[in-house]
Write a protein that binds this ligand. Structure first.
Ligand code: FAD
Ligand code: NAP
Length: 503
């Protein structure tokens, strides 16, 4: 079975899957004796971190058995519930995760919420090691007056709504206004702006939920502002996503050339070096800023000028503006705008901070989406949690002061980084765990693994969803999408999913 599990991992799948070791990570595969007790390892969370950690452990240890516990009835975390529906190629990683799940030494247990249905101490008792890979499920709050008004929501909830996350299906955002404001200038902010402005007929062939598509078809939103507290040199989004936005059909960009004055010289070197004491703007940042500069300062060619002139929708970047308050509509039942403090920059390089100048500005709008980042939750009183940083304190994935407990992904390093970053970090956690196993630092003797946990879950009336159950749901979703030319129609109600499985 062992060789069958990892033979296919040698073949390339996106993001690249290393043949035997990642970069400088040494291969452990042949260092474990076949006489050893089967290491029973449990992973909490089935997003990229959970699946990549499992992949590493299974591939590098010929006997290890890995159980993945997931609170949703369906796997894949933000690959299913975060990645934008118009980016289907990103979701190809699901093929790699599915291969991992098909390994005979791996089992998926969906519909099991750790911390509620089973505790971390119970898992630690049943397994030789536990890896926490449960991501960052909350949004960071703005903590400004008016944040609780109708018409204000987190980008996290909005993304969950259009991607079919069960808990966000009641969101029903009101898109009857002319202008929406997104607070934050990261890739999530760009995803949300793009979904708001994309002509609905372009979303029809994606796996966006039907309910979201229906609301977007009725949308009256014509202008979307993305507000950043710092300047063009500090935007958090990346060039590919910006380029896609600039080329979005039916829309035109609004950038104020004043925000970009002097930036060209800075990129060339002289003024930047003098003002920041840095030698060079990093290359990816330079290319991104050049694209912003060209869009803001250069006259478009005739074709692009005609395209922009005929656009019925627009998006713009507002820089040097920090949110202070969401202004209520006259009846207090909605948002009428955002009060912004005008800022200037202090400090150098990446440490550049926005400080208020004292000036204020009101930006009228009917919808406010805060996109200032995600946040992890503590999972269990027995697990240390740094609530300031929103991570489990750890050293290279080993949870501080708790032997046998590990973490990977966003809960390990905070809510930033793409799937490839999460892969590297999860492989490293896997490597640390295997080092400890080899050094005899994990409990010796057999552990019952899932047998003990299934007995506990059964006594608590919890019915887990297996990976083959998920494949039935997957087939049902694909079947429901057929006929309308959609890749799938996502099931969004956990009760319906369980009913379909006969649970
Ligand atoms: P997650 O993907 O969040 O997985 C965590 C899993 O743990 C979830 O399945 C969750 O249900 C489960 N869980 C939580 N609590 C419990 C519990 N108590 N018990 C059991 N299970 C639990 N990266 C790209 O490369 N390309 C993109 O296009 C892209 N788009 C993105 C779009 C959005 C909106 C966001 C937010 C991120 C995007 N990313 C993208 C980044 C990428 O999604 C992350 O790097 C990655 O998902 C982090 O993986 P993770 O496993 O740590 O967290
Ligand atoms: P992010 O990249 O960290 O961006 C957060 C944004 O919010 C920044 O502009 C930040 O500005 C701003 N912000 C933070 N606190 C603020 C405050 N108090 N007031 C005003 N603004 C504030 O987070 P994200 O957009 O949620 O993305 C998370 C990760 O997922 C990122 O690594 C991202 O690249 C990835 N992702 C990738 C894709 C893709 O590849 N297509 C898509 C989506 C997400 P400051 O810089 O000033 O703090």
């Amino acid at each position: 079975m062992a060789s069958r599990c990892w033979r296919w991992w040698g073949r390339s799948a996106w993001p690249w899957t290393p043949p035997l070791s990642v970069g400088s990570i040494p291969s452990f595969r042949h260092q474990f004796s076949t006489q050893e007790t089967t290491p029973q390892i449990c992973v909490v969370g089935s997003g990229p971190a959970g699946f990549y950690t499992a992949q590493h452990l299974l591939k590098q240890h010929p006997q290890a058995h890995v159980d993945i516990y997931e609170k949703q009835p369906v796997p894949f975390g933000l690959v299913r519930f975060g990645v934008a529906p118009d980016h289907p190629e990103v979701k190809n990683v699901i093929n790699t995760f599915t291969q991992t799940a098909h390994c005979g030494r791996c089992a998926f247990w969906g519909n099991v919420e750790v911390g509620r249905d089973v505790t971390v101490p119970e898992l630690r008792e049943a397994y030789h090691a536990v890896v926490l890979s449960y991501g960052a499920e909350d949004h960071r709050a703005l903590e400004i007056p008016g944040e609780e008004l109708p018409g204000v929501c987190s980008a996290r909830a909005f993304v969950g709504w259009y991607n079919g996350l069960p808990e966000n299906q009641e969101l029903k955002p009101d898109l009857s206004c002319d202008t929406a404001v997104i607070l934050g200038q990261g890739n999530v902010a760009l995803d949300v702006a793009r979904i708001l402005l994309t002509p609905p007929e372009h979303l029809e062939k994606t796996d966006i939920t039907k309910a979201a598509l229906d609301v977007l078809r009725q949308s009256r939103v014509k202008t979307v502002w993305l507000v950043g507290r710092r300047g063009p040199l500090q935007v958090a989004f990346t060039i590919k996503e910006l380029r896609e936005m600039i080329q979005l059909p039916g829309t035109r960009p609004i950038l104020d050339p004043v925000d970009f004055l002097g930036l060209q010289d800075r990129l060339k070197g002289t003024a930047w070096r003098q003002s920041t004491m840095l030698t060079e703007v990093p290359r990816p940042r330079k290319r991104l800023t050049e694209l912003l500069l060209r869009t803001a300062m250069e006259k478009p060619g005739p074709e692009e000028a005609a395209r922009r002139a005929s656009a019925s929708r627009a998006w713009g970047l507002r820089f040097f503006r920090s949110p202070q308050q969401v202004l209520p509509s006259p009846d207090g039942q909605g948002a009428a705008g955002v009060r912004l403090a005008v800022t200037r920059l202090e400090g150098v390089g990446e440490a550049t901070r926005a400080v208020p100048t004292g000036a204020m500005e009101d930006l009228p709008c009917g919808l406010v989406l805060s996109s200032i980042g995600y946040k992890s939750r503590p999972i269990d009183p027995s697990v240390p949690f740094d609530s300031k940083l929103g991570v489990i304190p750890n050293v290279e994935g080993r949870v501080t002061d708790v032997p046998g407990l590990y973490c990977s992904g966003w809960v390990k390093r905070g809510p930033t980084g793409v799937i490839a970053t999460t892969m590297t970090d999860s492989f490293l956690t896997g490597q640390m765990l295997l080092q400890d196993l080899k050094a005899g630092l994990l409990p010796s003797g057999p552990r019952p693994g899932s047998a003990a946990i299934q007995a506990l879950l059964s006594s608590r009336g919890v019915q887990p969803v297996s990976f083959s159950d998920w494949e039935k749901l997957d087939a049902e979703e694909v079947a429901r999408g057929q006929g309308t030319g959609r890749p799938r129609e996502k099931l969004v109600d956990p009760q319906e999913m369980l009913h379909l499985l006969g649970h």
